[in-house]
Each structure stands twice: as C-alpha cells, then as structure tokens.
Design a protein around this ligand. Structure first.
Ligand SMILES: [Zn+2]
Length: 309
C-alpha cells in the first residue's frame, strides 16, 4: 500500500450516548450503532492509518456536546498516538459554544473544532457565528466542517432518502459559498478550514462561483483576490470524494498540499479510500502530502506519531 502511516482526518466514533441521541432525532445507520473502538482500530490497521482524528456531528444540546467531547478525549488519552479529536460545538447556542471551545482546548487538548455546515437555517459565515469564528481565529484553530441536512431540506432528505448523496455535498457548497461571499474567510484569516468530502460540489461548480464577483459589488468586495484565490486557502479531505472524476476536478482547483486523507468511517473504510487514491495516479510527493504531510502541517503533534517515512 502507498503509505502505511496515514492520518485519517474524518473518522466518526459512535459511543452509546451518541447512537441513543441520533435514534431520538435523525435516525442512525446500523453500521454506526454497532461501532466499537476495536472496530475503528481494525479499520485503521487494514488501511494503513496510524492516527484517526475523531469527530461527531454537532448537537443543539450543550450537555450532549460536552459528553461526546469528553468521550473522544478519553479515547485519545487511552490511545494518544492513534487518535486525535475535533471537538463538537452546540452551534445554535453561541455562549455555550464559546464555553465549549475554552473547555475543549483548555481541558481536553482538542486538536481542533468540528463544526457543521449549518445550524438549522443559518450557514457558517452567517453573522450568528461571528463570536465563535472570532474566537477560533484568535486561537488559529483548525476547523473541520462537516455537512448536515439544513432545516429547509429535512422534509425530503432522510437517512433512507436517495437525495442524501446529493444534499450533503450541496450543503458543504452552501457553507463554503457563505464563508467566502460573506467576507468571513478574509475576516478570520487565521482559521484553517478543512472541508469534508472534497469540498462538496465546489470543484464542479467553480465556473459559476468564479463569476459571482462580476454580478455583485458586495461579493466582489468580499473576495478581492478572486474566488479561486480564496478556495486555495482552504483544505479539503477526500472521504467519499476519491472517485477519479472528483479528484480530477479537485486537483485542478488546489495543490495536493491542501488535500488530506479521510474516510468517513464507519460509513466507509480506510482501505477502499487508500486503494482509490493510490489508483488515481498521484506522484509520490503528492501522495505523501495527502497521507500525512498536510495533516502534520495543521496538527504538528502528529509528526511524532507518523514520522517522516
Ligand atoms: Zn462524516
């Protein structure tokens, strides 16, 4: 296999209190309800992953976010070189989110923060998020952005719906668009945003996005160096975006030094992503960026775990 010491930046644990909460709200896939830490470690072994950065979807409930963050922190403490954490925030509640940021970095030694693309009817970049983004910018935080179904789409996008594969990448595109065109990307330049799933549909709709500054003075002011320039400042992980067509579009948008290995485990596996990325035809240097170098640049403590092979 092309690298045996990869870092998976998109890996979901599903502790019991998570599956119980999901059953109450949006439902849960059977594969997640049978998760154990040993299954995570087995998947990592099969795909040559040394370290997986854990994240769970955000929740409106501050107490539940705290429980999940403490659970992930315990996994990291039990397996310090095998796991890292992106702490979840209850993003509808800004004061609780600010408290959770303080706790996650101060007490739990989180490697970054996990945010969802929306908190119901507001997408990242909306003024609602300003205090949170301001604090994350001050801390120069790594922020992993994962899609969620927005309120507007919940009537027709369920876990069983065949619209889910279209809606989740679309919501990532909405969040990236909002962050760029609201001016948030430039207002908070120290946040290192990682977008899930290869940036949703952004690489494919880039032509339309790049024309927006010509249609709106407000958008033009938000991206004075152009859309492509802003997109090259972000990072993108490759879970569920390792198809040759997706990789072709994404690699025309950003260099490999902005790409990270990711799996979306337990919904997908590290082995299948490793094979797909290896089969695409990247050169050795680019594969090294994707496997670990980009992740180590963002989270330097991981250098100790994965070395420089
Ligand atoms: Zn995921």
């Amino acid at each position: 296999m092309w690298a045996t010491n990869k870092i998976d930046v998109h890996h979901h644990p599903a502790p019991a209190n998570y599956t119980a909460a999901m059953k109450r709200t949006s439902g849960i896939w059977p594969v997640a309800s049978s998760w154990t830490v040993d299954k995570s470690l087995e998947d990592m072994h099969l795909g040559g992953v040394t370290t997986a950065i854990l994240s769970v979807p955000g929740t409106p409930d501050p107490a539940l976010a705290r429980e999940w963050n403490e659970h992930m922190a315990r996994l990291r403490k039990d397996h310090p070189s095998r796991f890292g954490t992106f702490a979840a925030l209850p993003a509808r509640d800004i004061d609780a989110s600010l408290r959770e940021i303080e706790y996650a970095f101060g007490q739990l030694e989180a490697d970054g923060i996990g945010l969802m693309t929306n908190c119901g009817d507001k997408w990242l970049g909306d003024p609602h998020y300003a205090p949170v983004l301001n604090e994350l910018d001050r801390r120069r935080a790594v922020v992993f952005v994962h899609p969620a179904v927005a309120d507007c789409c919940k009537p027709f996008v369920t876990n069983e719906s065949y619209f889910q594969p279209t809606e989740l990448p679309a919501d990532t595109t909405r969040a990236i668009t909002r962050i760029m065109f609201s001016g948030a990307a430039r207002r908070y330049p120290n946040i290192r945003f990682i977008f899930a799933h290869g940036g949703g549909t952004v690489p494919f709709v880039l032509e339309r996005l790049a024309r927006m500054p010509t249609r709106s003075p407000e958008v033009a002011a938000a991206v004075p160096d152009g859309v492509e320039h802003e997109l090259r400042r972000f990072y993108y992980e490759l879970a569920q975006a390792s198809h040759p067509g997706a990789l072709a579009a994404l690699t025309r948008m950003v260099p490999a030094s902005r790409l990270l290995f990711g799996t979306d485990y337990p919904f997908r596996t590290s082995d299948e992503h490793a094979r797909a990325i290896e089969g695409y035809g990247f050169d050795a240097a680019d594969l090294k960026w994707i496997a670990r170098d980009t992740a180590v640049e963002l989270i330097p403590r991981l250098a100790h775990a994965v070395g420089s092979r």
